[in-house]
Design a protein around this ligand. Structure first.
Ligand SMILES: Nc1ncnc2c1ncn2[C@@H]1O[C@H](COP(=O)(O)OP(=O)(O)OP(=O)(O)O)[C@@H](O)[C@H]1O
Length: 871
């Protein structure tokens, strides 16, 4: 006797239950699998029962059901197969009829547990199932694996039927023309053994020879099952299905197949609350039928589990389902009932009902009977083999007793001879094999030797490579060190370069400023001298000035030349000192040479231009009255020279800057200094020379004036006469100036205009116009000076005419030219003059301050000379 094994499988909440926010009311010891504490607790409260005290649990009426195994939501298909189906499978192979029965509310996982995912990969005759495959496909593959391993002489057949609306349908039969399937009880026909029990007449038992064939068959039949989408399950089975695997063996003696055992795999339709599932019409009829058969099943279970009295009538015949399951429930079958439940509170009623069924079924006792077990078969085969051997031995024994020596009967002898021949053949084959192997071995040895030689070569090459690598590594290190030192040198050089650049920029700026300043100073001095000269009416001085300007320009040119020479020598020196570094710059240096030469040529050209301007200018300086014009022109030339010089200066300094920037390294700091010092010293020397010259001019001028005065005095004329003479002289000078200006300037102006027109340069027009303006204003100034002089002379008349003392001139001379003053005084030409002359208005006009002298010892010739020299 053995009790029906009851298993509870509780899935997780499905989408519908989650949406309904229905809490979990089922608690299990673990979420996977438990046999040590196989209980299921139901709780009407939403709270988990474990959170409640035992006394409180009683208050809210919790119920705990004990079964044989419980599986939570985390138990997978493989686990179910191993724990639930595999033991029954072993019983089945051992000759027992077994049944796995899935029962539960609709949508709780019966079909999932029994069939699951039937998709599979085919590998020859076997298959690879999906992880979600259920019990039935796993049993089929396991069966063929076991049979193939034992090389057993067995036959496997399968049948697949469904019970839909109390109708049996063969799922392996043709789609149409299904002959009426009838249930009958073979025990009533006195069929004994495993084949006895409930039989479905005309149900196809399909022979399957491989797992692949069996799973394909299952899939085919499963697709034919009647399913429908309900509110509770998208693919709801609307029928009960029974997949049966039959195990047959060949009975050698009878020469026929004998059934040993069968395994029923039953997927019941789900119990259903019609109101809840919303079933109407066909679905409602299905649900009614399903519920009816399940109700009968419940009653059968109740009856079977009722141990209170003698075994009463079991209402198997009240439904086809109970009829079909008659063997499995209280019959000769080993049965396991898998009850599937939902954890959600909304399904609590159905879950309670299922668990009630389960706990009752647990007490049902079956009387399993073993059919033709494997052991039994093995023993029979063994006995048969042993009998054959014994018979042979007896024959040998008889033959030996009859004749002395080694005797054997003819059959044995023939077998022996055959065996010997076969062994000899095997030996020959083995020898040939050995020879072949020896050859192979020899060949392998040779290959080995070649490989060893190659390995040695490789080793040597490796060694050589290693030394090469080491060498290259050391070279690389040297190179890296070299690169690092070069980088450091480059870094320091670039640092020095930037320092030099800064120094040079400073020096260059300083140079620019200083040179500009110095040139401006020189020009200012020249201008001063020119104006002095314009006052002194000394054409020769003007010429001297021109010469001086030319000499200055020459000096400047020489300075530039010297500077450039120095630069040149510095370049050469730099190129000698740093050939490695400056070699690539050689080309640039030569370019700079070319540039410098071009620059020099430009400067020379400019100076030539200035010279030619000066020579043009000289042409005009033939008469004293042209002085004003000449002065203006000189101003213009000066301006041009200034412009040219500053342009030259800018060009030169820019060129020098570029040259120095590009070529100089260490010498850069020195050059600007040298250049600066040189230029500064030149300019200072020039300045000193000019100052000296100016002082000498001034002294000469004063001396001249004094001599004029002396001459005037030597005339011994009265002041009136002198005044008249002066007036006359001034008038005539004024007239002459006006005329000369008119006569000389106009043609010149015309000439200039022509040239301007030719040059078509607006700037030149402006330049000349401004020169003309300056000349005019100069002329006006001269005329005004004459008028002033006349006025002063008139005022002189009002004084008692006294000859001025020479002290003023002496003092001035003493200031500007001590030697000359001494000479003048010691020459005795000077006459003592009263001190008041210092306050006399004439003292403000050096050229006329001696006009009041009463010295009349001056010759007419001298007077004439003086007169001619008057401005
Ligand atoms: N343990 C489980 N793990 C994962 N999914 C499950 C589990 N049990 C059931 N399901 C899923 O729940 C759905 C319903 O399952 P199934 O069709 O097997 O229920 P059923 O009890 O056979 O219903 P019916 O009686 O209506 O045929 C299926 O999509 C199935 O994959």
């Amino acid at each position: 006797m053995s009790n029906i094994q009851v298993v509870v499988r509780c899935r997780g909440r499905n989408e519908r239950e989650v949406k309904a926010n229905s809490p979990v009311v089922v608690e299990m010891p673990v979420e996977t699998y438990s046999v040590t504490n196989p209980t299921v607790t139901l709780c009407a409260n939403s709270e988990s029962p474990s959170h409640l005290s035992s006394s409180f649990s009683q208050i809210i009426n919790l119920k705990t059901y004990s079964v044989d195994q419980v599986y939570g939501s985390q138990a997978d298909q493989l686990m179910l197969f191993h724990q639930v189906a595999l033991p029954l499978f072993h019983d089945f192979v051992a000759g027992y009829n077994t049944t796995v029965l899935a029962y539960g509310q609709t949508g709780t996982g019966k079909t999932y547990t029994m069939c699951g995912d039937l998709t599979h990969e085919k590998h020859g005759l076997s298959v690879r199932l999906s992880e979600e495959a259920g019990i039935v496909p796993r049993v089929l593959t396991e069966l063929f694996t076991a049979l193939d391993a034992n090389n057993s002489d067995y036959s496997v057949r399968c049948s697949f039927m469904e019970l839909y609306n109390e109708e049996i349908k063969d799922l392996l039969g043709a789609d149409s023309g299904n002959s009426k399937l009838r249930i009958f009880d073979s025990t009533q026909k006195r069929v004994v053994g495993p084949s006895s029990g409930i039989v479905v007449q005309n149900l196809i038992e399909q022979v399957v020879t491989s797992a692949r064939q069996a799973v394909d068959l299952l899939e085919k039949g499963h697709k034919k099952r009647t399913t429908a989408s309900t509110r509770m399950n998208d693919v709801s089975s609307r029928s009960h299905s029974i997949f049966t695997i039959y195990l047959y063996r060949m009975d050698v003696e009878k020469n026929e197949m004998v059934r040993i055992s069968k395994m029923n795999l039953v997927d019941l339709a789900g119990s259903e609350n019609i109101h809840k599932s919303g079933a109407v019409n066909q679905r409602a009829k299905e649900a009614g039928s399903i519920n009816q058969s399940l109700l009968t099943l419940g009653r059968v279970i109740n009856c079977l589990s009722d141990k209170s009295g003698p075994l009463s009538h079991i209402p198997y015949r009240e439904s086809k389902l109970t009829r079909l399951l008659q063997d499995s429930l209280g019959g000769n079958t080993k049965t396991t009932l898998i009850t599937t439940i939902s954890p959600a509170r909304i399904d609590l009623d159905e879950t309670t009902s299922t668990l009630e069924y389960a706990s009752k079924a647990k007490s049902i006792q079956n009387k399993p009977q073993s059919g033709d077990s494997i052991d039994y078969l093995a023993k029979k085969i063994l006995i048969r083999d042993m009998s054959n051997t014994l018979r042979k031995l007896q024959d040998d024994l008889i033959a030996t007793r009859k004749k002395n020596g080694i005797w054997m009967d003819e059959t044995t002898y023939n077998e022996f001879v055959n065996e010997t021949e076969s062994l000899k053949t095997q030996l020959r084959e083995s020898k040939a094999l050995i020879t072949g192997l020896n050859l192979k071995l020899e060949k392998t040895k040779q290959e080995n030797t070649a490989l060893e030689t190659k390995a040695l070569d490789n080793e040597r090459e490796k060694h050589e490579m290693g030394s090469l690598v080491r060498e290259s590594q050391s070279k690389q290190r040297d190179l890296e060190a070299d690169v690092a030192s070069r980088s450091a040198t480059i870094m320091s050089m670039s640092q020095k370069m930037s320092e030099l650049e800064n120094n040079y920029t400073r020096a260059s700026n300083f140079l620019k400023t200083t040179v500009s300043e110095k040139i401006n100073e020189a020009l200012t001095t020249i201008t001063g001298i020119s104006s002095e000269l314009s006052n002194s009416n000394d054409v020769k001085y003007l010429q001297q000035v021109q010469n001086k300007v030319a000499a200055s320009l020459n000096g400047f040119k020489i300075s530039l030349y010297q500077v450039s020479e120095k630069l040149n020598s510095q370049f050469e020196h730099a190129l000698k000192v740093l050939p490695g570094v400056l070699e690539p710059l050689g080309e640039q240096v030569s370019q700079q040479h070319t540039l410098r030469e071009a620059c020099e040529r430009k400067v020379e050209h400019q100076i030539d231009e200035v010279r030619s301007s000066n020579s043009n200018f000289e042409k005009y300086v033939t008469e004293e009255h042209l002085k004003a014009i000449e002065t203006a022109l000189l101003d213009s030339i000066k301006e041009r020279i200034t412009n040219n010089l500053s342009a030259m200066q800018n060009t030169i300094t820019t060129e020098i800057a570029t040259m120095l920037n590009k070529t100089f390294t260490q010498q850069q700091g020195e050059l600007p200094r040298l250049l600066t010092e040189d230029t500064v010293s030149k300019v200072q020397a020039e300045k000193q020379e000019l100052q000296k010259q100016a002082t000498s001019w001034l002294a000469r001028s004063l001396h001249l004036h004094i001599s004029v005065v002396d001459e005037l005095q030597s005339y011994g004329k009265s002041s009136k006469e002198l005044l008249e003479l002066m007036e006359h002289s001034i008038d005539s000078a004024s007239k002459t100036i006006g005329e000369t200006i008119h006569q000389k300037l106009n043609p010149q102006l015309e000439l200039l205009k022509d040239s301007i027109n030719k040059e078509n340069t607006a700037s030149t027009i402006e330049e000349l116009e401004s020169a003309f303006g300056r000349i005019n204003s100069k002329s006006k100034q001269v005329q005004k000076g004459l008028v002033d002089t006349t006025t002063t002379l008139h005022s002189i008349q009002e004084f008692e005419f006294n000859l001025p003392s020479t002290s003023t001139a002496e003092r001035v001379l003493q200031e500007v030219s001590p030697n000359r003053a001494r000479h003048t005084l010691s020459s005795g030409s000077a006459v003592k003059r009263p001190a008041e002359t210092l306050l006399h208005p004439l003292s403000k006009i050096p050229s006329l301050s001696r006009a009041n002298s009463d010295n009349e010892s001056v010759s007419k010739k001298r007077r004439t000379t003086t007169k001619l020299n008057m401005p």
